[in-house]
Design a binder for this molecule. Structure first.
Ligand SMILES: [Mg+2]
Length: 200
């Protein structure tokens, strides 16, 4: 049995932190895993900036509620879900993902958790499910007797892409295309859907 493992941000929805940075007027928050491959470093950097600006979960969630999936994402996902099992594997946090999952028809998502101070709303930290979340998840699926087909746009997707029976970049950056020339790179949902169908 096949499981299609999809990245969320950059593939189905815009980068949540970039959308937040633009609305809040804090350009320093526009750094993503594309700029800083070390996710722990990136998150510490983001949380420090939020603290400096006195911004909590509520303010971020208000922005996320306004973000829409990329045009065509819902239709693409609905089509893939008709032909295979789909899991969105994301390094985002459940508190951020919820309003977006509603707009995508509540697909299955495996992501992480923010640690939030209930009284002040301050984000005090975060809990990753496990090291190398995406790669670890596809390996666990393989151990459970499943085959995976993976797609993502960024550095943290490379592990699951290379270790799946088929893997594709979607709307990725030139540096990754150059570094992994054997991984097909697509920009349109129709191309990715076709590639997934061929790999099933
Ligand atoms: Mg991404």
């Amino acid at each position: 049995m096949n499981v299609v493992c999809l990245d969320l941000e950059g593939v189905l929805v815009p980068e949540i932190w970039i959308a937040f940075a633009k609305t809040a007027g804090i350009p320093e928050l526009e750094r993503t895993t594309r700029d800083e491959p070390d996710y722990d470093k990136l998150m510490e950097y983001r949380l420090d900036i939020l603290r400096e600006h006195g911004l909590g979960l509520k303010e971020i969630q208000e922005v996320i509620a306004k973000i829409d999936p990329m045009p065509g994402a819902r239709e693409f996902l609905d089509e893939v879900r008709q032909i295979a099992q789909v899991i969105i594997i994301s390094d985002t946090f459940s508190q951020f993902a919820k309003p977006l999952m509603q707009k995508l028809g509540f697909p299955t998502i495996f992501c992480n958790e923010l640690v939030v101070n209930d009284t002040t709303g301050e984000i005090t930290g975060y809990k990753m499910r496990c090291p190398e979340t995406k790669l670890t998840t596809v390996r666990a699926l393989h151990q459970a007797g499943l085959q995976t087909i993976a797609s993502g746009d960024s550095y943290n997707d490379v592990g699951m892409i290379l270790n799946s029976k088929a893997g594709f970049f979607f709307r990725t950056i030139d540096a990754l295309k150059k570094e992994y020339p054997d991984v097909p790179a697509y920009t349109e949902y129709s191309e990715l859907l076709q590639a997934i169908k061929a790999a099933l």
